[in-house]
Write a new protein. Structure first.
Length: 105
């Protein structure tokens, strides 16, 4: 069944378990494209104390939250845990396409 309120959600009932399943999706290709442009062309432009290091899509944070805590509600976890997850993701080679330069936290 299509969710008329959010086109990025698909809602259905799992017949085997009789549970409601909500599938989230997000097109991350524009984010990856912008990050690639920033990595290749804007790295020298960033100076000063505040610099853009990465752009991580919300769906990636929700997936990581599901792996670690068993739920995908990113906003439910404590701010300190959120910071730790983001630091690990930025510093990890697995998520290097989310970085906009060679800097790490």
């Amino acid at each position: 069944m299509e969710n008329i309120y959010d086109k990025n959600q698909d809602i259905h009932i799992d017949k085997a378990t009789s549970k409601l399943v909500v599938k989230h999706s997000q097109d991350i290709s524009p984010i990856l494209k912008n990050n690639k442009i920033a990595r290749n062309h804007r790295a020298a432009e960033q100076r000063g104390d505040f610099q853009r290091i990465a752009q991580i899509p919300l769906i990636a944070l929700q997936i990581k939250c599901k792996e670690l805590f068993g739920h995908s509600n990113w906003w439910q976890i404590h701010k300190d845990e959120q910071r730790n997850i983001i630091k690990k993701m930025i510093n990890s080679n697995e998520f290097e396409n989310f970085r906009v330069g060679d800097k790490k936290l």
